[in-house]
Design a protein around this ligand. Sequence first.
Ligand code: C2E
Ligand code: MG
Ligand code: MG
Ligand code: MG
Length: 279
Amino acid sequence: ETPLDSDGAWRRFSPEMDTRWQETRALEAALRRAAAEGEFELHFQPQVALPGARLTGFEALIRWRHPERGLLTPVIFLPVAERLGLMRRIGAWVLREACRAAATWPAELRVAVNISPCQFEDGMLPATVAAALEASGLPPGRLELEVTETVLLASADSALGQLQALRERGVGIAMDDFGTGHSSLTQLRVFPFDRLKIDRSFVKDLPCGSDAMAIVRAVTGLGRSLGMAVTAEGVETPAQLSALLNEGCDAAQGYLFGRPVPEAQVGTAIEALSAGAAA
Ligand code: C2E
Ligand code: MG
Ligand code: MG
Ligand code: MG
C-alpha cells in the first residue's frame, strides 16, 4: 500500500504521495501507542426487536480517543490496524471489554461484537471468546458475533470450523452488511447464521427506492425460509421503519432508536427505549 513497496514505485513517487506516506507512518506509530496505552473505547448502539421496538441489546463499536484529534471512527484506523497485525490484540480487547460491560446490564440484554477476518487467522478465536466470557461471567447466549462475507471467502475452512465451535458453545453468529459482498447466497448454505443484517445502503433508500425495497423483501423472505432472524441496519426515519414492518423484518438498529453511546450512557439509553420513545 505504501508507494515504496512495489517495483518501479520510485518513478511514480510524487510530493502528494510523500505526504500521504508520512501521514500513514504517523498513523501507524500512533496506533501502536494507542494499543499499548489504552486509548480505545467502546460505544454501544441499541438493537431492537420489531414490531414493538423492544430493546434486545447493544452492538459494541470501537472508537479511538486520540489525544490531539479527538474521537476517531473505526473506518479510519481499523484498516491500518489490520495491515499492521494489531487487529488480533485489539479484537481480543474488544471482546473482553464488551463482555465485561454486558455482564453489568439487565440479564435479557445481549451484546453484539464485530469480528475482523484477521481474528480467524491463528485459529484462536474460540479460545479468545471463551476467555472473555469466563472473565466476565457473561453467559454465551448473551454474546453475538458479527462477521462479514469476506470471512468465509478468505479463510473458508478454518473460519468455518471456528464459527461452528463458537456456535456449539452457544454464542450467536450474525452475518453483517448482508448484500454488499460477492457470494451471499452460497455463504448461507455453507454456514447456518443465526441472523442476517441487511446493509444500511439498502435501508437508506426505503421506502421509495424500488430496488432497495425488492432487496429488503428478498432478504427478509430468505431469512424467514432459512430460519435466520433479519435485522435492518441504519434505520433513521419512521418511513423506513414502516416499510420494514410491512416486510415483516424481525429487528432493527439505527439512529431512529439510538446512536452509539459511551458505556456511561447505556443506562439512559435503556430507560429511553423502555419508555417506548421510538415506537
Ligand atoms: P457495522 O458493524 O456495520 O456497524 C454499523 C455502523 O453503522 C456503525 O458505524 C454505526 O455507528 C453506523 N450506524 C448505525 N446506525 C446508523 C444510522 O442510522 N445511520 C448512519 N448513517 N449510520 C449508522 P461505526 O461505528 O463507524 O463502525 C463502522 C464499521 O467499523 C462497523 O460497521 C464495523 O464493520 C467496524 N467496526 C466497528 N467496531 C469494530 C470492532 O470492535 N471490531 C471490528 N473488527 N470492526 C469494528
Ligand atoms: Mg456490525
Ligand atoms: Mg453492518
Ligand atoms: Mg455496515
